[in-house]
Write a protein that binds this ligand. Structure first.
Ligand code: CP
Length: 299
C-alpha cells in the first residue's frame, strides 16, 4: 500500500477530509443500512484490531458489529487487561498488533497528539475512535448521517451544540464537517467551557432552542479540573435541556446527544426518548456509518 493510499484509507479526523469524501461515506452508509442481509462478508480474511486505551461502549461495540457484519476477523484489545498495565507504551502496543498482521486498527486514545504521530509510523490504516479532546470523526459522521436522514438536505440547517465545548472532540469534528456541508453551527457553553481555538459564534441557551438541531454534550467530569461546575443542579438550571425548555423547540427540531448521558444534568430524563429525540437512532446509525468507514479502509 502506498503512503498516499494509506493516508486516504485512514480516518484520523474530519478537519482535513473533503466535502466529497464525507458525502461519499454517508452515501455508502445508506447503502449498508439498506442491505437486507445482516452479514455480507466483503472483508473475509481481513483482521481488524479495536484498540481502546480509553473506556467506550457505543463506539467500541458498533465498530465490532460493523466489522463482523462485513465478515472481518475482529481482535479486541482492552488496555485494562493488557501489558499497558505493565508500562508498555501505546506505540509499542500498536506496533505489536501490526507485527502480528492486522490489516487495520481502530483506536481510541486519551492523550492528544499521539494518534497523528502513530499514523506516521504504522503502516496499516488507522481509524480514530476518539482522540483526546481533538476529534471523534465517526461520531460526527453518524451525527450528520442522522441529521441527513431526518431533514433530507443538510445545507441551510442550523445546529446548536450546547455544553462542554472545551473538552469535546464531538463538537470539533461536527463543527469542521458541518461547516463544509453548508450548515450553520453555533455553540452555547458556560464561560469556562468555551474553546477559544474554534471559529464559531457563541449564543445563549434561549437562542440555541431556535435551532433545527440541538445537540447536547455530556459534562465531561473526568476531564475537569476541580470546580468547573458548581453542582449538577446549577448546570442543569443554566445549560440543561429541561422539559420546560424543550417545549420551546420548533416542532420540526430534533434533539441529539452523542452519549453517554448524564440524565438530569445536561438533558432531562424524560427527553432522552422523547419523540423529537434522535439519541438512540444516532447509536443505530453508528453501525452502517462505521461499516462504510471500515470498508473504505480495507477494500
Ligand atoms: N459517543 C461515544 O463515543 O460513546 P462511547 O464513549 O460509549 O464510545
Amino acid at each position: 500500500m502506498t503512503i498516499t493510499t494509506l493516508k486516504q484509507r485512514s480516518l484520523l479526523g474530519l478537519k482535513d477530509l473533503s466535502k466529497e469524501e464525507i458525502i461519499s461515506i454517508l452515501d455508502r452508509a445508506a447503502y449498508w443500512e439498506a442491505q437486507p442481509d445482516k452479514v455480507k462478508p466483503v472483508l473475509q480474511g481481513k483482521f481488524v484490531a479495536n484498540m481502546f486505551f480509553e473506556n467506550s461502549t457505543r463506539t467500541r461495540f458498533s465498530f465490532e458489529v460493523a466489522e463482523k457484519r462485513l465478515g472481518a476477523e475482529v481482535l479486541n484489545f482492552s488496555a485494562a487487561v493488557s501489558s499497558v498495565q505493565k508500562g508498555e507504551s501505546i506505540y509499542d502496543t500498536v506496533r505489536t498488533l501490526e507485527s502480528m498482521g492486522i490489516d487495520a486498527g481502530v483506536i481510541r486514545l486519551k492523550p492528544i497528539g499521539v494518534l497523528a504521530d502513530l499514523a506516521t509510523k504504522i503502516k496499516v490504516p488507522l481509524i480514530n475512535a476518539g482522540d483526546g479532546n481533538n476529534e471523534h470523526p465517526t461520531q460526527a459522521l453518524l451525527d450528520i448521517y442522522t441529521m441527513r436522514k431526518h431533514f433530507g438536505e443538510l445545507k441551510g440547517l442550523t445546529v446548536a451544540i450546547v455544553g462542554d465545548i472545551l473538552h469535546s472532540r464531538v463538537a470539533r469534528s461536527n463543527l469542521w464537517a458541518l461547516q463544509k456541508l453548508g450548515v450553520q453551527v453555533r455553540f452555547c457553553a458556560p464561560p469556562n467551557m468555551v474553546a477559544a481555538d474554534l471559529a464559531a459564534e457563541y449564543i445563549s441557551m434561549e437562542e440555541a432552542l431556535k435551532a433545527d438541531v440541538i445537540m447536547m454534550l455530556r459534562v465531561q467530569l473526568e476531564r475537569h479540573e476541580n470546580g468547573m461546575i458548581k453542582s449538577a443542579e446549577d448546570y442543569r438550571e443554566h445549560y440543561g435541556l429541561t422539559v420546560e425548555r424543550a417545549q420551546r423547540l420548533a416542532p420540526h427540531a430534533i434533539i441529539m446527544h452523542p452519549a453517554p448521558i448524564n440524565r438530569n444534568v445536561e438533558i432531562d430524563d424524560e427527553l432522552v426518548e422523547h419523540p423529537q429525540s434522535r439519541i438512540f437512532p444516532q447509536m443505530e446509525n453508528g453501525v452502517p456509518v462505521r461499516m462504510a468507514v471500515i470498508e473504505r479502509a480495507l477494500v
